[in-house]
Structures are given as C-alpha cells and as structure tokens.
Design a protein around this ligand. Structure first.
Ligand SMILES: [Zn+2]
Length: 205
C-alpha cells in the first residue's frame, strides 16, 4: 500500500473519534520530566521541601528540567507510586492548567477520579514563596519581606498557624497582586478550597 493511501486511511479512521472528544485541545495529555518535592511543615513550624517523603502532609510540587514549577495533583495510587519511585527525575503524564505564576499539573489516571469537592473558605496564614534553586535540586520556602513579582515566576503556598499548607492557584492578575505586596504574615485569602489526595489547593478569586 502506498504511503499516501495509508495516511488517508489513517486520517479517515480518526474522524469518527473527534466528535466524542470535543475538548481535546485543553484535555490534551502532556508528559514532563522533573523532580517532585513535598512541601510541608516540620516539627519546629518551619516549611521545608523534601525529596524523600512517604506520606506528604503538605502539598506536592514538580520542578521540570527548565525550572518551571507545577503544583501536582492526582489520585492516591498515582501519588503513592511516585513517592515509591526511587528515580530522582520522574516522567509524569497529565494535564497542565493555570498560568505562568501558578501552574497545575493533574496526573492522568486509569482510575475514575473521585468527584472533587470544593468549599469556599477564608484562610489566614503566612504566604510562602516556593523558589527552585538554579539546578532545580532544591526548593526554597521563603516568607518574603518584600514584593517578589520581579523574581522568576514561582509557586506560592499559604501556611496556617496550625501547619496546614494550601497551594495557591488562581488567575495570573490575582497572583501578581499577592506578589506585589510585601505583607506576607497573617494574610487573609479567600477562595475555593479543593482538598485532593496530594494536598489542599486554594483557588483565589
Ligand atoms: Zn513569591
């Protein structure tokens, strides 16, 4: 069979599939390689990022090879599988959403996703900048005393006095508002909280 006919046949065979995957463009799966960090509070109340963790009590962050940070979300089995994987650089597949100041990577899974409940909440706590080191080997958790909007775009979290950590997601202009402020202690943020198997996400609005 010549190639042209083969590709025509292939193209035809895909046509009936498309009407059923209408939002293909924003649901397209992507694979990235990166290192995963558990950002959690230690016994002294300090926020740390750990490469080795069994059960992350905080939130998970992936730093890809270019230093781009993503909050990681996904079903329990997938999260556990990644925690057990000894490779430093992990390959993960899923959907990317968000914006350059708050990327979210949702792991794809064959398991049906549990319906995710969101709850409107007001959270009071300290805003933590999560800044990857140049080689991406570490993530520094910094409670800044000055605006951070001039820095490389990075991820943010809010930590309550009880030690609960929420990854901050939301529209870019809202994140920039936070970045421009030097007030990072005892800040109040409102939004929808999504509790996932990989930590809590606060979507500011
Ligand atoms: Zn920051």
């Amino acid at each position: 069979m010549n190639l042209k006919i083969l590709s025509l046949l292939l193209a035809l065979s895909f046509i009936p599939v498309f009407p059923f995957s209408g939002f293909a463009s924003d649901k397209e799966l992507q694979t990235i390689e990166g290192q995963i960090f558990c950002v959690e509070q230690d016994d002294e109340g300090k926020v740390n990022s750990l490469v080795r963790y069994a059960n992350c009590k905080g939130v998970l962050l992936v730093i890809d090879k270019n230093g781009k940070p993503y909050t990681l979300s996904g079903p329990k089995q997938e999260i556990q599988r990644l925690a057990n994987n000894p490779e430093r650089i992990k390959r993960i597949t899923g959907n990317i959403s968000g914006n350059s100041r708050a990327w979210l990577f949702s792991l794809s899974s064959l398991e049906p996703l549990k319906p995710q409940k969101t709850e409107e909440m007001t959270i009071k706590g300290d805003i933590v900048c999560l800044i990857p080191t140049p080689g991406g080997e570490k993530v520094l958790a910094v409670i800044s005393t000055q605006p951070c909007n001039e820095n490389e775009p990075h991820a943010h979290a809010i930590k309550t006095p009880e030690g609960t950590i929420y990854s901050i997601q939301g529209p870019e202009e809202m994140i920039v508002e936070i970045e421009k402020s030097s007030n990072r202690k005892n800040v109040t943020l409102s939004g929808a909280v999504k509790k996932t198997d990989s930590g809590s996400i606060l979507i500011i609005e």
